[in-house]
Ligand binder design. Structure first.
Ligand code: G3I
Length: 303
């Protein structure tokens, strides 16, 4: 196949991009988006600070722009993200009472998942809950500090009831290296959920890589999570300097794992990237395909 999305689809996978509502008026951007990508993640528009700036007052406008664009171009959607310590309004961070916070968290999940019920392929239910480094602990956040470590389980149970058709994912960064303590912590969480029947369907590995690309253990990580009975997805892929080799290694690792169901790059052109100075994406600032694009397409085509 001659586009990323079509090539991925030949093996039952998708190829997606993070999309910013503010760029949908840029025809160069949408031309590439609609030609190459068949999954869309709103880059910021579904986050708490965009959707519930004050308590129980919800605004879905900018996210709906992306959802409507995706739906009219046969692109599926990844919801990003329901429970995250960052881009969280001050009114949430300052809630001191656990019961209040619990009902605020569950209401947020119910309102967002309800608004787009049946329209979201997968939700990042909880994002980046683990601390960096080897502590094995959840990072400090209003959710962990007020509700305890059980907030993750509560969020997933609420999410399952809110939209039973959506796949429910745990999403994090720096969990690509099988030898990293953080990876093992997330692995144990998923293993525990599967053992106890807590609903979880997928693990998103963000895959923000340095110029060397994925760690040598990357495929082992993907297949190890998959062996627990969850899908895995590369949810925010970008690679400093975007060497063809690094992209090839990344895509091949996914292609080699049956339950690696899709790859999303965190933006379209280098100029759209949060790491714009590192030129980490597949299209340059003029919208031209970079060498890494061809490498990616070749790897998706299995050649
Ligand atoms: O919308 C405001 C705008 O009104 C204001 O004038 C401008 C001034 O700074 O800020 C704009 O908001 C920015 C927003 O992006 C939209 O452009 C925020 O400051 C900026 O912090 C925010 O950055 C986003 C970042 O998440 C925030 O944590 C990036 O775009 C987004 O790519 C990034 O994405 C995250 C994933 O959600 C989770 N994983 C890591 C990834 C990279 O950090």
């Amino acid at each position: 196949a001659s586009t990323l999305g079509a090539a991925a689809a030949e093996s039952g996978r998708y190829f997606g991009a993070a999309v910013a509502a503010g760029r949908l008026g840029d025809s160069q951007y949408t031309t590439i988006l609609d030609r190459e990508f068949n999954m869309v993640t709103p880059e910021n528009e579904m986050k708490w600070d965009s959707t519930e700036r004050s308590r129980n007052s919800f605004s879905f406008g900018s996210a709906d722009q992306i959802v409507n664009h995706a739906r009219s171009h046969n692109q599926r959607l990844r919801g990003h993200t329901l429970v995250w310590h960052s881009q969280l309004p001050g009114w949430v961070s300052s809630i001191g009472d656990a019961n209040t916070l619990r009902s605020v968290m569950n209401n947020h999940i119910n309102q967002l998942m309800g608004h787009w019920k049946g329209q979201i392929y997968a939700w990042d239910v909880v994002n980046e809950a683990f601390a960096d480094g080897g502590s094995g602990q959840l990072r400090s956040s209003v959710f962990r500090d007020r509700l305890g470590t059980g907030f993750i389980e509560e969020a997933f149970r609420t999410a399952r009831a809110a939209d039973p058709a959506a796949k429910l994912c745990y999403n994090d960064y720096n969990i690509e290296d099988w030898n990293a303590a953080k990876t093992q912590s997330v692995y144990r969480l998923v293993q525990d959920f599967k053992t106890r029947g807590v609903p979880i369907d997928c693990v998103g590995l963000q895959a923000h890589f340095g110029s060397g690309g994925p760690p040598s253990t990357f495929q082992t990580t993907l297949s190890s999570f998959a062996a627990l009975g969850v899908d895995v997805q590369l949810t925010e892929l970008d690679i400093a300097q975007a060497s063809s080799n690094a992209y090839t290694n990344t895509v091949r690792a996914c292609m080699n794992v049956a339950r690696c169901t899709g790859i999303t790059t965190w933006g379209v052109r280098d100029s759209d990237s949060w790491r714009s100075g590192e030129n980490p994406l597949l299209f340059d600032r003029s919208g031209n395909k970079k060498p890494a694009y061809n490498a990616t397409l070749t790897a998706l085509n299995g050649t």
